[in-house]
Design a protein around this ligand. Structure first.
Ligand SMILES: NC(=O)c1ccc[n+]([C@@H]2O[C@H](COP(=O)([O-])OP(=O)(O)OC[C@H]3O[C@@H](n4cnc5c(N)ncnc54)[C@H](OP(=O)(O)O)[C@@H]3O)[C@@H](O)[C@H]2O)c1
Length: 369
């Protein structure tokens, strides 16, 4: 019989704290598999972690956690790409399985880390890195395992969607951003979200998994929503179009095209209906056709829900002595990723047809005269 599987968690913030509480509450079993959380590494032991996290589990040395041979599975919830990469590599080198929520890490270094995981016979899972609670990677890997994905388009950044939704009700970009920061939707430094980098990381992860291509974030063109004109946005809204920050990609005989950009989406389109901080992804597979996933894209409970799913999967894999991520055979190198959107604001139509939004403006000014 398999002994209790040892888990170590790097980080105990919004995501790690929520996960630790839930995992500890579920001890000693997740889906019938025995596990024990041996350590939670943080930067500062002085911070109060609240109920449900025994201080005896907290340590201020990630190195000590990584050297603990009782630990079979490391969950990385620190964020960042430098130390997080170093720690994830060390865990994989040791043959530990890794679950992470870190889109920046996987977006920029996923193919390299997968190669390392495969060499060491370890699992590397990151469902929470894209779309929070949305089971998008699982849908691609499992439900659509036998069906090539042709394209996808998503709203993957809740902060931007909340800001754009608020601007429709009135006010400028700067006012909507300040409101989002006060409400806790936007970081004090919001640039990764509003300049499109966060969505670009998630797009890179989806391109890797949907098309099996070694796409990394620096290879993708991305734009954000900084300084979007509120009056124009409300004018488009009156004509039935909502502005969304879209992450889109397609794969065909010409290769891969992928990009993040703001675009106008018809109100009745599934992505056009997304409100506030919601996320949504529309996938098109050759035989299954169109599938749509929508839900909560961030926050401790939603994100830790996806992490718990990955943990349960890895634990089952350990017990069954299989690698749950061995469906990834490696990534094809890619020479070039073409952009998708025109340089001017586009209207998004299904099938990736775009027509410049300037036509709407022209129609608006001629009807105004
Ligand atoms: N927040 C979300 O809604 C969300 C959603 C999806 C994915 N994610 C991803 O989840 C990850 C974590 O995000 P978060 O919002 O939970 O961040 P956070 O609240 O800032 O938490 C980060 C945690 O990591 C710890 N930490 C940082 N550097 C460390 C080090 N060198 N050694 C040990 N511990 C260290 C911090 O310790 P202290 O507490 O002592 O400072 C803190 O507990 C990121 O990759 C993020 O992109 C977040």
């Amino acid at each position: 019989m398999q002994a209790s599987i040892g888990i170590g968690i790097l980080g105990c913030g919004v995501v790690g704290g929520s996960l630790a509480r839930r995992l500890l509450a579920k001890e000693p079993h997740v889906h019938g598999v025995e596990h024990t959380v041996h350590a939670i590494a943080v930067r500062s032991l002085a911070r109060n972690r609240g109920e449900g996290i025994p201080p005896s589990l907290l340590i201020d040395s990630a190195n000590a956690l990584l050297a603990d041979h009782r630990i079979d599975l490391v969950v990385e919830t620190m964020g960042g790409t430098t130390l997080a990469a170093e720690f994830v590599e060390r865990a994989l080198e040791r043959g530990c399985h890794v679950v992470t929520a870190n889109k920046a890490l996987i977006g920029s270094q996923g193919p390299r880390l997968h190669a390392l995981a495969a060499r060491r016979g370890a699992s590397l899972r990151y469902e929470a890195a894209v779309g929070g609670a949305l089971p998008i990677l699982r849908t691609i890997d499992e439900a659509l395992a036998g069906d090539p994905i042709e394209s996808f388009v998503g709203v993957l950044n809740g902060t931007c969607n909340a800001i754009l939704s608020a601007m429709e009700r009135g006010g400028s970009f700067e006012e909507a951003l300040a409101d989002a920061q006060r409400a806790g939707f936007a970081e004090a430094d919001p640039s990764e979200d509003i300049d499109g980098l966060d969505s670009a990381h998630k797009l890179a992860v989806l391109v890797q998994r949907a098309f099996g291509a070694a796409a990394i974030t620096p290879r993708l063109r991305f734009r954000g929503i900084r300084g979007i004109d509120g009056d124009a946005l409300r004018r488009y809204s009156k004509r039935g179009y909502r502005m969304k920050l879209l992450a889109a990609a397609r794969c065909d005989e010409r290769g891969i095209a992928a990009e993040v950009a703001p675009a106008l989406v018809p109100r009745e389109h599934p992505l056009g209906a997304l409100e506030g901080a919601q996320n949504g992804v529309l996938l098109r597979a050759r035989d299954a056709g169109e599938l749509y996933l929508r839900g909560v894209g961030a926050g401790g409970p939603a994100t830790s829900s996806a992490i718990l799913g990955d943990i349960a999967d890895v634990l089952r894999g350990i017990v069954a002595r299989t690698q749950r991520n061995d469906r990834i055979d490696g990534f094809a190198p890619i020479l070039d990723i073409r952009p998708i959107f025109p340089d001017t604001l586009a209207i998004w139509n299904d099938g990736f047809l775009t027509s410049p939004a300037t036509r709407l403006d022209a129609a608006h000014s001629s009807s105004a005269h």
